[in-house]
Design a protein around this ligand. Structure first.
Ligand code: RP5
Length: 259
């Protein structure tokens, strides 16, 4: 099925046509057959990169990995993967569960190992077509589901509402949205093929669909905010490219809703 396919191979985090986000770094080229760590590749020389601007940030790990409890809940930082236990290499660094990315280090991500996010898909049927709310990301200009990082100790259900509010409702409170948040359906939990992933840091997410059966969203004013440059309804069956693995998530949505 869709899930097992896209969580077993990655493409966007191997791209060499564009430099790594906010840098001039280009990844070491990794062909498809060399992605799995189980395939020996003695001449593999990933580029080492940890964005210096992340150092000392409250949301970022230090570079002393010796005290981090990988594959566990480490204080209030969740270092467990949705995909089961991940490996630790000879230098004590977590290994990307899908495989090589051509870049080692933490990149621009905050955590060594999994970086947990949540993606709310707010959907409706309008004029006979399934639509969902999408935002345009400020970091790379791509259209995306308005997801975001789970704060340490935060419940995923809270992250979903908070991120949608910040990015798609301009940070404004909306009483109508309470009806939407009542019925969530989990579509996916696991690895994301995010362009920021490295050999040692990667994105994971929980995708939850909130389908508007009652036309509640007709009275909700969408407004871009925070990390979003714009917001709009997008037809789920349009073939618009989306950020990271988001197109696969929308495919799961399409497969689960009858029009
Ligand atoms: C993606 O990055 C996830 O699917 C989620 O949409 C997003 C979270 O990162 P930020 O939007 O906070 O940068 O991998």
């Amino acid at each position: 099925g869709i899930v097992s396919t896209f969580a077993k191979m990655h493409f966007k985090c191997r791209a060499t046509v564009v430099p790594y986000l906010n840098s001039t770094i280009t990844r070491f080229l990794v062909p498809d057959d060399k992605v799995p760590w189980s395939v020996e590749w003695s001449s593999y020389l990933p580029v080492e990169y940890t964005d210096p601007s992340t150092n000392g940030k409250p949301w970022a790990d230090s570079n002393d990995l010796s005290k981090m409890r990988f594959n566990e809940l480490d204080g209030n930082v969740n270092r467990k993967s949705h995909n089961g236990d991940y490996l630790i290499d000879g230098n004590g660094r977590p290994l990307n569960p899908v495989g090589r990315t051509g870049l080692s280090g933490r990149g621009i991500l905050g955590r060594w190992g999994p970086n947990h996010a949540a993606d709310p898909i707010v959907s409706r049927i309008k004029d006979g077509r399934l639509q969902f709310v999408a935002i345009k990301r400020k970091d790379n200009g791509e259209w995306a589901i308005p997801g975001g990082m789970v704060d340490p100790g935060e419940e995923v259900s809270a992250t979903l509402k908070r991120e949608f509010g910040e990015e798609a409702l301009g940070g404004k409170k909306s009483a109508e949205m309470d009806n939407i948040w009542r019925n969530g359906r989990r579509l996916y939990a696991g690895y994301v093929d995010d362009p920021r992933n490295t050999d040692n840091s990667w994105m994971e997410t929980v995708v939850v669909n909130f389908h508007d059966y009652e036309g509640v969203m007709d009275d909700v004013q969408l407004e871009a905010g925070d990390d979003a440059a714009s917001v709009r309804w997008v037809a789920a069956d349009s073939n618009e490219p989306l950020y990271a693995s988001h197109k696969s998530f929308i495919d799961l949505l399409c497969a689960s809703i009858t029009i």
